[in-house]
Design a protein around this ligand. Structure first.
Ligand code: ZN
Length: 241
Protein backbone atom coordinates (compact mmCIF):
# COMPACT_ATOMS: atom_id res chain seq x y z
CA UNK A 1 0.00 0.00 0.00
CA UNK A 2 1.50 3.28 -1.12
CA UNK A 3 0.72 6.47 0.79
CA UNK A 4 0.79 9.68 -1.18
CA UNK A 5 0.55 12.26 1.57
CA UNK A 6 2.85 15.23 1.96
CA UNK A 7 5.74 14.60 4.33
CA UNK A 8 7.54 16.82 6.83
CA UNK A 9 11.24 17.39 6.11
CA UNK A 10 12.00 14.66 8.67
CA UNK A 11 9.90 12.08 6.83
CA UNK A 12 6.75 12.10 8.95
CA UNK A 13 3.49 12.26 7.01
CA UNK A 14 1.38 15.39 7.47
CA UNK A 15 -1.98 13.83 8.30
CA UNK A 16 -5.32 15.34 9.24
CA UNK A 17 -8.11 13.68 11.21
CA UNK A 18 -10.04 12.51 8.16
CA UNK A 19 -6.96 11.01 6.49
CA UNK A 20 -6.93 8.07 8.93
CA UNK A 21 -10.34 6.84 7.78
CA UNK A 22 -9.19 7.12 4.16
CA UNK A 23 -6.01 5.09 4.84
CA UNK A 24 -7.89 2.47 6.89
CA UNK A 25 -10.58 2.06 4.23
CA UNK A 26 -7.96 1.76 1.48
CA UNK A 27 -6.27 -1.02 3.48
CA UNK A 28 -9.50 -2.84 4.38
CA UNK A 29 -10.99 -2.61 0.88
CA UNK A 30 -7.86 -4.32 -0.44
CA UNK A 31 -7.73 -7.16 2.10
CA UNK A 32 -10.91 -7.41 4.19
CA UNK A 33 -13.61 -5.77 2.09
CA UNK A 34 -16.49 -7.41 3.98
CA UNK A 35 -15.84 -5.34 7.12
CA UNK A 36 -15.98 -1.97 5.38
CA UNK A 37 -19.77 -1.68 5.42
CA UNK A 38 -20.94 -4.51 7.69
CA UNK A 39 -20.49 -4.06 11.45
CA UNK A 40 -18.34 -6.83 12.94
CA UNK A 41 -14.96 -7.74 14.34
CA UNK A 42 -12.02 -6.83 12.11
CA UNK A 43 -9.73 -9.87 12.08
CA UNK A 44 -6.56 -7.94 12.88
CA UNK A 45 -4.47 -11.12 13.18
CA UNK A 46 -5.49 -12.23 9.70
CA UNK A 47 -4.81 -8.75 8.31
CA UNK A 48 -1.33 -8.58 9.83
CA UNK A 49 -0.17 -12.16 9.34
CA UNK A 50 -1.97 -13.49 6.26
CA UNK A 51 -2.45 -10.32 4.23
CA UNK A 52 0.60 -8.24 5.07
CA UNK A 53 2.93 -11.16 5.94
CA UNK A 54 4.15 -9.59 9.18
CA UNK A 55 5.01 -11.93 12.07
CA UNK A 56 3.74 -11.39 15.61
CA UNK A 57 5.57 -12.62 18.72
CA UNK A 58 4.76 -12.55 22.40
CA UNK A 59 7.52 -11.79 24.94
CA UNK A 60 8.09 -10.26 28.34
CA UNK A 61 9.15 -6.85 27.01
CA UNK A 62 9.91 -5.24 30.36
CA UNK A 63 10.22 -6.27 33.98
CA UNK A 64 7.51 -3.84 35.12
CA UNK A 65 5.03 -4.26 32.24
CA UNK A 66 5.65 -0.70 31.09
CA UNK A 67 5.99 -1.71 27.42
CA UNK A 68 2.89 -3.23 25.78
CA UNK A 69 4.11 -3.65 22.23
CA UNK A 70 6.72 -2.75 19.66
CA UNK A 71 7.44 -2.95 15.96
CA UNK A 72 10.84 -3.39 14.27
CA UNK A 73 11.70 -0.97 11.45
CA UNK A 74 14.86 -2.86 10.50
CA UNK A 75 16.50 -6.17 11.35
CA UNK A 76 17.49 -5.74 14.97
CA UNK A 77 17.90 -7.36 18.37
CA UNK A 78 15.72 -6.30 21.30
CA UNK A 79 16.30 -6.72 25.01
CA UNK A 80 13.51 -8.68 26.74
CA UNK A 81 12.97 -11.13 29.61
CA UNK A 82 12.48 -14.88 29.68
CA UNK A 83 9.65 -16.63 31.54
CA UNK A 84 11.61 -16.30 34.80
CA UNK A 85 12.10 -12.58 34.11
CA UNK A 86 15.83 -12.98 33.56
CA UNK A 87 17.24 -10.57 30.93
CA UNK A 88 17.68 -12.00 27.46
CA UNK A 89 17.48 -10.83 23.84
CA UNK A 90 15.37 -11.64 20.79
CA UNK A 91 16.21 -11.17 17.10
CA UNK A 92 13.66 -9.43 14.88
CA UNK A 93 13.41 -8.66 11.19
CA UNK A 94 11.84 -5.48 9.84
CA UNK A 95 8.06 -5.55 10.21
CA UNK A 96 8.01 -7.97 13.14
CA UNK A 97 5.58 -7.00 15.89
CA UNK A 98 6.08 -8.08 19.50
CA UNK A 99 3.36 -7.95 22.16
CA UNK A 100 3.95 -8.11 25.88
CA UNK A 101 2.91 -11.32 27.67
CA UNK A 102 0.65 -9.25 29.93
CA UNK A 103 -1.73 -8.92 26.97
CA UNK A 104 -2.31 -12.70 26.83
CA UNK A 105 -5.63 -14.18 27.87
CA UNK A 106 -9.25 -13.68 26.87
CA UNK A 107 -9.89 -10.69 29.17
CA UNK A 108 -7.09 -8.73 27.50
CA UNK A 109 -8.39 -9.36 23.99
CA UNK A 110 -9.67 -5.81 23.25
CA UNK A 111 -6.40 -4.28 24.49
CA UNK A 112 -4.35 -6.85 22.60
CA UNK A 113 -6.27 -6.13 19.41
CA UNK A 114 -5.81 -2.38 19.80
CA UNK A 115 -2.08 -2.77 20.52
CA UNK A 116 -1.69 -4.94 17.40
CA UNK A 117 -3.50 -2.35 15.29
CA UNK A 118 -1.37 0.41 16.87
CA UNK A 119 1.90 -1.36 15.99
CA UNK A 120 0.65 -2.14 12.48
CA UNK A 121 -0.16 1.56 12.12
CA UNK A 122 3.40 2.52 13.08
CA UNK A 123 4.61 0.14 10.37
CA UNK A 124 2.29 1.64 7.75
CA UNK A 125 2.86 5.29 8.68
CA UNK A 126 6.31 5.55 10.20
CA UNK A 127 8.73 3.19 8.58
CA UNK A 128 9.95 5.84 6.15
CA UNK A 129 10.30 8.24 9.10
CA UNK A 130 12.48 5.75 10.96
CA UNK A 131 14.17 4.28 7.93
CA UNK A 132 17.95 3.87 8.21
CA UNK A 133 18.16 5.37 4.72
CA UNK A 134 16.30 8.51 5.81
CA UNK A 135 19.40 10.67 6.15
CA UNK A 136 17.50 13.74 7.33
CA UNK A 137 16.31 11.77 10.29
CA UNK A 138 19.43 9.62 10.64
CA UNK A 139 20.39 10.98 14.03
CA UNK A 140 17.08 9.94 15.52
CA UNK A 141 16.50 6.71 13.63
CA UNK A 142 15.44 3.78 15.72
CA UNK A 143 15.56 0.10 14.86
CA UNK A 144 12.38 -0.50 16.80
CA UNK A 145 9.77 1.52 18.63
CA UNK A 146 8.53 0.41 22.06
CA UNK A 147 5.07 1.65 23.08
CA UNK A 148 3.69 1.79 26.62
CA UNK A 149 0.28 2.31 28.15
CA UNK A 150 0.42 6.10 27.83
CA UNK A 151 1.32 5.92 24.13
CA UNK A 152 -1.35 3.31 23.28
CA UNK A 153 -4.23 5.38 24.55
CA UNK A 154 -6.54 7.34 22.34
CA UNK A 155 -7.43 9.85 25.02
CA UNK A 156 -7.10 13.39 23.74
CA UNK A 157 -3.86 15.02 24.74
CA UNK A 158 -1.71 17.90 23.57
CA UNK A 159 0.66 17.00 20.74
CA UNK A 160 3.83 18.65 21.99
CA UNK A 161 6.67 16.47 20.76
CA UNK A 162 7.30 14.57 17.52
CA UNK A 163 6.75 11.42 19.54
CA UNK A 164 3.31 12.64 20.71
CA UNK A 165 2.37 13.28 17.09
CA UNK A 166 3.64 9.89 16.01
CA UNK A 167 1.67 8.06 18.73
CA UNK A 168 -1.47 10.10 17.96
CA UNK A 169 -1.19 9.07 14.32
CA UNK A 170 -0.77 5.39 15.25
CA UNK A 171 -3.76 5.49 17.62
CA UNK A 172 -5.96 7.31 15.13
CA UNK A 173 -5.22 4.81 12.37
CA UNK A 174 -5.63 1.86 14.77
CA UNK A 175 -9.12 3.09 15.74
CA UNK A 176 -10.04 3.62 12.08
CA UNK A 177 -8.92 0.08 11.20
CA UNK A 178 -10.71 -1.66 14.09
CA UNK A 179 -13.85 0.48 13.85
CA UNK A 180 -14.19 1.18 10.10
CA UNK A 181 -16.09 4.41 9.52
CA UNK A 182 -19.19 3.24 7.61
CA UNK A 183 -19.70 -0.02 9.50
CA UNK A 184 -19.17 1.80 12.80
CA UNK A 185 -21.63 4.59 11.98
CA UNK A 186 -24.20 2.05 10.78
CA UNK A 187 -23.91 0.16 14.08
CA UNK A 188 -23.85 3.33 16.18
CA UNK A 189 -27.03 4.77 14.63
CA UNK A 190 -28.79 1.44 15.07
CA UNK A 191 -27.91 1.37 18.80
CA UNK A 192 -28.79 5.04 19.15
CA UNK A 193 -32.28 4.52 17.71
CA UNK A 194 -32.82 1.37 19.71
CA UNK A 195 -31.84 2.84 23.09
CA UNK A 196 -32.59 6.56 22.77
CA UNK A 197 -35.38 6.64 20.19
CA UNK A 198 -35.57 7.66 16.56
CA UNK A 199 -35.28 11.39 17.32
CA UNK A 200 -32.03 11.13 19.30
CA UNK A 201 -28.93 12.69 17.75
CA UNK A 202 -26.32 11.70 20.33
CA UNK A 203 -25.55 9.12 23.03
CA UNK A 204 -26.05 10.85 26.36
CA UNK A 205 -24.99 9.45 29.70
CA UNK A 206 -26.92 12.17 31.53
CA UNK A 207 -30.19 11.31 29.75
CA UNK A 208 -30.02 7.64 30.77
CA UNK A 209 -26.89 6.15 32.32
CA UNK A 210 -27.99 2.49 31.93
CA UNK A 211 -29.03 2.87 28.30
CA UNK A 212 -25.77 4.68 27.55
CA UNK A 213 -23.73 1.84 29.08
CA UNK A 214 -25.78 -0.79 27.24
CA UNK A 215 -25.64 0.95 23.87
CA UNK A 216 -21.92 1.78 23.92
CA UNK A 217 -21.18 -1.69 25.35
CA UNK A 218 -23.09 -3.31 22.48
CA UNK A 219 -21.06 -1.39 19.89
CA UNK A 220 -17.80 -2.30 21.69
CA UNK A 221 -18.84 -5.97 21.66
CA UNK A 222 -19.68 -5.91 17.93
CA UNK A 223 -16.19 -4.62 17.04
CA UNK A 224 -14.43 -6.42 19.94
CA UNK A 225 -12.80 -3.22 21.17
CA UNK A 226 -12.78 -1.62 24.61
CA UNK A 227 -15.61 0.53 25.95
CA UNK A 228 -13.23 3.48 26.14
CA UNK A 229 -12.05 3.09 22.54
CA UNK A 230 -15.69 2.99 21.43
CA UNK A 231 -16.53 6.17 23.35
CA UNK A 232 -13.62 8.00 21.78
CA UNK A 233 -14.57 6.82 18.29
CA UNK A 234 -18.17 8.00 18.91
CA UNK A 235 -16.81 11.33 20.05
CA UNK A 236 -14.77 11.64 16.83
CA UNK A 237 -18.07 11.53 14.94
CA UNK A 238 -19.70 13.98 17.39
CA UNK A 239 -22.10 11.30 18.58
CA UNK A 240 -21.58 11.81 22.33
CA UNK A 241 -23.27 14.60 24.25
ZN1 ZN B 1 3.28 3.54 19.59
Amino acid sequence: MKLSYEQEPNGMYKLHKTDFDDIALMLLREYLASVVDSPGEVDINYLIKDCLYLDVYCKNLSANKSILGLVAFEDTTIPCYNLHFEPTTFDLVAGNIVLDMSLSGQRQLPRRRFTLAHELSHWILHRSYHSPSNQVFALKKVGYLPCGESEISIKKKALVTESDKEEWQANSLAAAILMPKFAFLHCAYQELRQHFGTGAAVFSETVDHDKYKAAVGNIAAVFNVSFQATEIRLDQFNLIA
